[in-house]
Write a protein that binds this ligand. Structure first.
Ligand code: R2B
Ligand code: URA
Length: 334
């Protein structure tokens, strides 16, 4: 068995030796699971039922395998970046067009999912920028279709990012967190999903080396800190994130603080609403992935998101800056 890491950063003694989806370490990290990757780096989906479909309709993307030549449309993709809102993901696509100095700057981008209307997807050169809405079911619906899209398009070794917003734990508002693992509402590092009446517990870990690479590109001149740590993926914005300001709350402020401190002691640095499932599904698909979120507030100090619209808009660009820098570095090294 040979190492098949296509390293993005090559100069890091402090970085993990392999990516988690490297063929050499796959069996150790995924005991009993075949590696879902072909020798050329394309995705190998292990669902045999897909072979029986004459046409596969990617319903929420408004695409299918019969009408569209998916390898021609998407075969050159390397980075898939997802985030909550349509506006932010259009902005990210425009930003990446500048960063990578791609042609047609200033031209209006086309939402490639416009028939379906649920999400937005933009393509600029090797970067796909896709909105996923709020929460795990909305995110996993589009994520799974995008994984199939990458499979049908025969994309090689794609890297997935989630660029998002969150509440921080003990770090200044406006900081950026690169997630190393996801934690669910029961403080477990799994995404728990019921399948055929039984809950499966899928490990919610992100690629360690990609996290380290992304974090290593941060700079003292950024004007904000970039931290590595765990991320709670809550199923609710209010009680599910130990807030006191929702319509319902029967616990005390002391109960809230005890819970948030337990999270902090586990190495959790921020709370959002997709981390567990995003980590678990990309990992199951053998896809390298990372989650980069800005924090809008320090949850040890409050619950309400108080900064002005202007400040929040500026802060939302921070994960884009961090991920954009990583993508630019990839093309500089290649
Ligand atoms: C962060 O922000 C959204 C809720 O406001 C949610 O999608 C998340 O993960
Ligand atoms: N998004 C969340 O899910 N939680 C926060 O506190 C802020 C943004």
């Amino acid at each position: 068995m040979r190492c098949d890491c296509d390293y993005v950063l090559t100069n890091g003694e402090l970085l993990a030796e392999h990516y988690d989806n490297c063929r050499l370490v796959w069996d150790e990290l995924h005991p009993g699971k075949p590696c879902p990757k072909n020798a050329d780096g394309t995705i190998k989906l292990l669902n045999k039922h897909l072979d029986n479909l004459d046409v596969d309709i990617l319903y929420h993307l408004g695409l299918d395998t019969r009408t569209y030549d998916l390898p021609a449309m998407f075969g050159d993709v390397k980075f898939v970046c997802m985030g909550g809102t349509k506006v932010r993901m259009r902005e990210f696509a425009e930003y990446m067009r500048e960063v990578l100095d791609l042609p047609n700057k200033g031209e209006k981008l086309v939402n490639l999912t416009k028939h379906s209307q649920r999400y937005a997807m933009y393509k600029v050169g090797p970067v796909l920028s896709i909105s996923h809405g709020i929460g795990i079911p909305s995110m996993t619906t589009v994520l799974q279709e995008v994984i199939k899209l990458m499979y049908y398009a025969k994309v090689k070794d794609p890297i997935f990012f989630r660029v998002g917003t969150s509440g921080g734990l003990g770090i200044p508002a406006g900081s950026v967190v690169v997630s190393t693992f996801g934690v669910n509402g029961n403080l477990e590092k799994t995404y728990d999903v019921p399948v055929l009446g039984k809950t499966r517990k899928l490990p919610a870990f992100l690629d360690q080396r990609v996290c380290q690479e992304v974090q290593s590109l941060s700079s003292d001149d950024d004007g904000f800190g970039t931290f590595m740590g765990g991320t709670m993926g809550a199923d609710d914005f209010y009680r599910g994130q130990a807030r006191l300001d929702g319509p319902f709350c029967d616990y005390t402020e002391a109960d809230k603080m005890t819970f948030l401190k337990t999270l902090t002691n586990m190495g959790v640095r921020n709370i959002e609403m997709e981390a567990t499932a995003f980590s678990a599904f990309t990992r199951e698909a053998g896809i390298r992935a990372s989650i980069v979120c800005v924090t809008f507030l320090n949850r040890l100090q409050g619950d309400q998101v108080t900064p002005s619209k202007t400040t929040l808009t500026e802060w939302q660009r921070r994960p884009m800056l961090v991920v954009g820098r990583y993508i630019a570095q990839y093309f500089k090294e290649k």
